[in-house]
Design a protein around this ligand. Structure first.
Ligand SMILES: Cc1cc2nc3c(=O)[nH]c(=O)nc-3n(C[C@H](O)[C@H](O)[C@H](O)COP(=O)(O)OP(=O)(O)OC[C@H]3O[C@@H](n4cnc5c(N)ncnc54)[C@H](O)[C@@H]3O)c2cc1C
Length: 334
């Protein structure tokens, strides 16, 4: 079969040169009613957390719903953003309007609709903190519904929306609440140089600067951000690892476990210049795998498997992909 109609190279930030057989743009709620859902349908936002490793034989639903509404109350602001809005543009607009809270999450690429899916986070803040409700459309049953914050089951880079049973739920919009009682979050080492009374605007500018310095711009070096999740291990395993590797950074979790920096594990395993075909580990940020030169889907899969095997052998930790990897018919990782 030839795939000629829908090139995906510019529709996912890892930019593998593959094609989709079927692609439907969702621009209005009326478009949703026409969806014919099947098991190999995939909902796509801006493709910054998705890697197509092969031509995609299923159906892609491209979310392009737009619109923002803001309502002020004595306590704060209720903000509704349609799922196809760009996340970073929303953050910039809110900070400009004096609505603070999301400044640590500036410059995270992608759409508003994908933000709750993996509960995007950076520099000590997760988006779930501001999410009141998430509006979804069940593309199989053709029903609209709205989930409360609790129903979304947010956790580290995870939510109910990642559950395979709910893959037919297309997020149409997100309701946020930003309280007027605002406090800066400056705990992360990268923000330690900021004064305690830094404004939200200053924090946003600093976050943008740090990200531009540390992370490769997907427009120049195609990538999908952090390829692996930071693993969360038991406190015993963490202490054991600290005995062997005293410099290993870790973050104590409220449940007593420890989050370990996957980038450090990869870096210290000597994998910073590891390359398979056109795919490789980024030289300044080992957690980011990049498409150096015309990488194929097999290149990135073999690179990831090689890293996982070496990290497992050295530290006894199984790294899990954070990015969504697709083959010809659907997701490779749950
Ligand atoms: C350079 C770079 C830096 C990054 N930094 C960070 C970071 O600091 N923190 C962080 O958390 N992430 C980061 N990411 C990952 C990425 O920005 C987020 O995961 C973002 O939310 C992806 O948005 P998207 O629209 O591109 O999602 P896509 O890649 O299009 O989709 C991601 C997932 O969400 C699902 N999805 C998308 N839209 C919808 C919808 N409307 N309804 C239901 N499901 C949907 C898809 O099916 C898929 O499972 C980074 C990525 C890059 C390239």
């Amino acid at each position: 079969m030839r795939f000629a109609l829908y090139p995906l190279k510019n529709r996912h930030s890892f930019a593998i040169d593959v094609f989709a057989k079927q692609l439907t743009e969702i621009r209005s709620l009326a478009d949703l009613a026409l969806i014919n859902w099947s098991n190999n349908t995939y909902i796509l936002g801006e493709g910054t957390n998705t890697i197509f490793t092969e031509n995609f034989e299923g159906q892609l639903l491209l979310n392009r719903l737009t619109g923002i509404e803001i309502e002020e109350t004595p306590e704060g602001w209720h903000v509704f953003a349609a799922a196809g809005e760009n996340w970073h543009q929303l953050v910039v607009s809110l900070i400009e309007l004096g609505i603070y809270g999301s400044e640590n999450l500036a410059l995270i690429p992608g759409s508003v609709g994908a933000a709750p899916v993996q509960n995007i986070g950076a520099y000590g803040v997760e988006v779930a903190r501001f999410i009141d409700r998430v509006d979804v459309y069940d593309c199989k049953l053709h029903l609209e519904t709205s989930l409360t914050h609790e129903e979304c089951q947010f956790s580290y880079r995870d939510s109910l929306f990642k559950n395979p049973d709910h893959r037919q739920w297309l997020i149409t919009g997100v309701h946020f609440f930003f309280p007027k009682a605002w406090l800066p979050v400056l705990d992360y080492p990268d923000l330690a140089t900021l004064p305690a009374d830094a404004t939200a605007k200053e924090i946003m500018a600093h976050v943008i600067q740090v990200r531009q310095r540390k992370l490769p711009d997907p427009q120049i070096v195609p990538n999908a951000g952090s390829f692996f999740k930071n693993p969360v291990v038991s406190n015993e395993q963490c202490q054991e690892l600290r005995r062997k590797f005293p410099l290993m950074p870790y973050y104590q979790q409220p449940d007593g476990r420890c989050k370990v920096a996957a980038g450090w594990l990869i870096d210290q395993a000597g994998l910073k210049s590891y390359t398979v075909g056109g795919a490789g580990v980024h030289s300044q940020q080992a957690l980011v795998l990049v498409n150096r030169e015309h990488a194929s889907g097999q290149d990135i899969l073999h690179l990831a498997e090689g890293i996982q095997a070496q990290v497992k052998a050295r530290y006894g930790i199984q790294l899990e992909a954070e990015v969504r990897l697709l083959n010809g018919t659907g997701l490779l990782n749950p």
